[in-house]
Every structure is written in structure tokens, then in C-alpha cells.
Design a protein around this ligand. Sequence first.
Ligand code: IMP
Length: 420
Amino acid sequence: MKRIVIVGTQWGDEGKGKITDYLAQKVDVVCRYQGGNNAGHTVIFDQKKHSLHLLPSGILNPKITNVMANGMVINPKAFVDEIKKIDDFKLAISNRAHVVLPFHSELDKAYESKKEHKIGTTHKGIGPAYTDKAARIGMRVSTFVHPERFYEKLMKMVEQKNEELHAFGCPLLDGQSIYDEYQAYAKVMAPYVIDTSVLLNQAINDDQKILFEGAQGVLLCLDHGTYPYVTSSSPTAASVPVNTGVAPWLIDGAIGVTKAYTTRVGEGPMPSEIFGELAHSIRIKGNEFGTTTGRPRRIGWLDTVILRHTKRVSGLTYLAVTLLDILSGVDTLKIVTHYEFEGEIIDYIPSDIEDFESCKPITIDMPGWHEDITGVTSFDELPDAAKHYLNQLSHLVGVEIAIFSVGPDRNQTISMKDVF
Ligand code: IMP
């Protein structure tokens, strides 16, 4: 395969950044195709931790071209904060991506505070920015980096958004001070702004290898996720063509990044959720706290109903299983195979959230292992129970495992199959 999509198969935080960074060593281009700084991708190498929110996870490799594609919503302040920490990089930003401005985050908070059923958003203004895009009143990057057009459009937006903020009883924003501050960010961004669809298609014509990096996970997809507890874009592989300007038939496959258990941040049903001492110890051991918001993540058993759903709606060529080491020390592991819903055994995610909420997990027990596996370098070195767990996972999802990881460092990633 030459053009591969990295997809989160659960509710995000599966370790996509780590897998992208690992595979990025073999590619020419890494392209982020949706979301904004609601994402948090942690990449660790040489004992140094890098937290990325907006930048593609290939940015730490100076030889790779990194693309922020048209499907993204970019907060310029967050962008400047992140890029100034990187010394040497190659980057292109789509002129068609949309810009997240201060009123988007303010409205995100205001909507959440008024909602009876909160989504638990990251408050980064992602939903309001995509809403503006869909309502055809948003601001593209090409407008943002054009000083006069930016000024004119910003003033109109501030006037309209202040009406909304006023209705919520929130403080109003001053257009001129936003302009003064954001003009400086526009100047930093401007040299990187191009039509990234041209760059990507040229790379394909030149037979280059591309990784398309999704943010969040398929269960947070606006269409195929657990609506309304979702983000406002589509992390599926199917969304790559429209979000990048690359034809669907030029994409060769998708790697589904799957945590060895399940986590979720924010509200919404999670049938495999566990509580108490075990959930707490997995949370601490796996450092299951949001990279973006610091919120504790909810913990659950591996849920294969979800994984088969992701496989179907997004397509998965291979799996990359992360955080296997965190499960060491649990006597008996459970895997969710089906749900019980209204007295029946089902193998799908009901569309209505009330129905999904009433699904009870049906599980199988798997023997755990107690060995520390953080130093293993091959599948054969794993304890039998860990091998069995991975084999069962692959069997239940019906997708071969190409990679698994046993620790946060780049060199704790084990390749079982060459994906390129
Ligand atoms: P938003 O994307 O900030 O609008 O948040 C919508 C939902 O997606 C909330 O439940 C968030 O917690 C969740 N979410 C957004 N980004 C991420 C992520 O990168 N990892 C996990 N959950 C996320």
C-alpha cells in the first residue's frame, strides 16, 4: 500500500499519533484531514514527550512534508503556539481549511452550559466553526491571510456572533482587538498556505507514500458515531477524499488504531464501561487523562461490536493495537462480543442514543497475564495469554493485526506485517 489512512476505531485517544509517527518514518507526506485542536496526539521519542493538537504527527521528522488539509478547522493562536516549539519542519496549510476564532470557543462554552444533555465538548470552538462552514458563513484560511478581506469578514462575524453571545448573557467581543492579535498569527501562517489538493495529487503522481492522519475516532463521527455525543467532523477513512481533495480510488487502505481496552471522554453511552478499583488502576497506569483538556477518561473493556461497526463504515485493512502493556496484571480480562437489547442479542450499534443507552454488554472471559511486557520486541516474546488476547481480538473483528505497541516510546512499537 502507498496511501494509507490512520483511523481511530473507538472514541478517540487510541494512540493514533504514536502509530502515525512510527509509520511516518517510511513515508513522504503526512496529512491531517479533519478536526482541530480538540485532538491531542502524544508522540514520545528519545525520552521526550511531544503533545500535538493541530499539527500532523509527522511534523517531528524534518524530511516529511506535513499537510493540514481542507477538512480541518484551524485555531491560528493554537497553531502559532505549537509550531514555535518545532525547529525544523516542512508544512503546507490548505487555503480551504476553516479558521476557528475566539467567538467560536465562547459560543461552544455557552451552548454547552445551556444544554440539558451536555456533549462534554473540549470547548475549543470546533462545533461552532464547522457550523459556520456548513452555514456558508465561515472564514477560510485564504481569507484569513488576506489582511483587508480578513478585517472586513471578521467585523461582520463579530457583529453577528455578539448578538448570539448577548442572547446567552456572555461578555461581548471586540473585533478590533481580535484583528490586531490575529493579524500577527496570519503573518506566521501565510507562507505555508497553498492549495494542498494540488500538492497531494502531485505527490501521488510522483508515486510518493502518504499517511492520512485522522483525529478522534469513528464513534465520534458526525454520521457514523454515537450521535449526538460526537464531534462535528468525520474521522472515517471515507471522509478523506472530500477532506483532502484526493479521489477515493487513489487511497489504498486504512489502519485502524485500537486501544487494547476502551476509553471515552465526554458524555454519552459506553456499554463496556467499568468502574471502581480496576478502572482507576487502568486509568492511572495508562495515563488516561485527556491530552487536550486533562479530563479523566472513562474506562471500559475491549468492545468488538464497536470495532466491527468501525470496520464496516470506515473499512480497515489492518489493526494497530496499542497500550497492550497496560493490561498486564489483570487476572481475568473481558471482551464485549455482542449487546443485549430489548431481550435480543444484537451485533450493531442502535442509531437512537436512548436505545444504545439500554444496551447491555455480553462478554467473554480471557485469562490475563502478569508479566511486564514493555520490553518485548516480537509477538513470539509475549506471554501466551497476551498472544491469545491479540489473536482473539483479531478473530472477533475479522481484521489482521499489523502492529502492536507495549509502551509509549517509538521503539516500543512492534511490526508484525509490513504495511507499505
Ligand atoms: P468537540 O470535538 O470539542 O466538539 O467535542 C465533542 C466530543 O468529542 C466530546 O465528547 C469530546 O470529548 C470528544 N472529543 C473531541 N476530540 C477528542 C479527542 O481527540 N479524543 C477523544 N475525544 C475527543
